[in-house]
Structure formats: structure tokens, C-alpha cells
Design a protein around this ligand. Sequence first.
Ligand code: PRP
Length: 179
Amino acid sequence: MDNDIERVLYSREEILQAAARLGKQLTTDFKDKKPIVISVLKGAILFTVDVIKEMDVYAELDFIDISSYHGGTESSGQIDLLHDLGTDIDGRNILIIEDIIDTGRTLKYLIDLLKQRNAAEIKVCTLLDKEEGRAVDVKADYIGFSVPNEFVVGYGLDYKELYRNLPYVGVLKPEVYTS
Ligand code: PRP
């Protein structure tokens, strides 16, 4: 897989350091709030595992599977809810964990859904924030790295369902998705 990567943006060590930094802040901010941590499948799974181990608070963990890229390099604009939460979130404090916020459409869809279900407080932690890609007005509260407007894979992020298991985030060589 390394041969398909133009350059590494964030190494495993840098990502673990970011998770530790964010986990420390989240420990302070979520003390006594007993949050439900919602990991947005599939991309956020690797980062979620790192961050929750750094959070020294009582927290529940749940998953939701939302997809809009359908394997390609650009958001389709159509959001599909593939697997719903198993927890009643009425009145609960929520921490969403994402791998990347790009157009922001996935996050907006999820925040709207959680608000409809009467969540008390919704905060967002993302490994990567691609601000240049934003099409709707959403923001993360906790950010690992701000990324340039390039197509990145690894550490949960895929191209056609591959590269999620790369232990770093890197820029995919354009010839991989143009050929
Ligand atoms: C990716 C990523 C975010 C979303 C961000 O998910 O995991 O959830 O896209 O993009 P946006 O800000 O433009 O909406 P994807 O639809 O690829 O599903 P996946 O996590 O299963 O790969």
C-alpha cells in the first residue's frame, strides 16, 4: 500500500500524540458529564480507539454508520444511515468522534438527527479538519490536525474501501484514482 501514497501527512506517533492531547482536554471538559461517545463508522473507528483510551471519565460508547462518499473521492451529497445507534440519547451529553470533516454534510446530518432526538449537549472531536472543503456551516470542538485540500487515506479513511488499515494518514497518488 505504501507505494500508492505520495507522501505521509501524519505518522502513527503524531496521531497518538494528538489523541493524547485531545483526550486530556476531553477528560477535563467531560468530567461528571457521563457522555455517550458516538463513533461515526467506518472511518472514525481507529481514531476512536485511540481517543477513548485517553479519556479518564465515565463514558458510554456507541456507533452509527453514515456514508456519503460511496467509495469515491468526492461526497455524493446523499447521506445514507446504514446502521443506527443502540442507545436512547434523550437528555444525554454527546461526544461525536469523526475521522474527517470535509464538506460538513455528514456531520450536519448527524447533529440534526441528535438534536431531533433531544440530546442535551453535542460536541465534536475529529482527527482531521479540511476547512477548505466546507459546504455547510459546521465546526468541530476538538481537532487533531487541519488538513490541506487533498485526497487523504489511511488511519480509517478509505478509497474504495481500501487503505483504512494504513497506520498513518497520507496523500493518495492521483494516478491511483484517475487510472
Ligand atoms: C467520510 C468520513 C466522514 C465524512 C466526511 O465518511 O468518515 O464521515 O465522509 O465528509 P463530509 O464532511 O464531506 O460529509 P464516508 O461517507 O466516506 O463513509 P466511511 O466513514 O464509511 O468511509
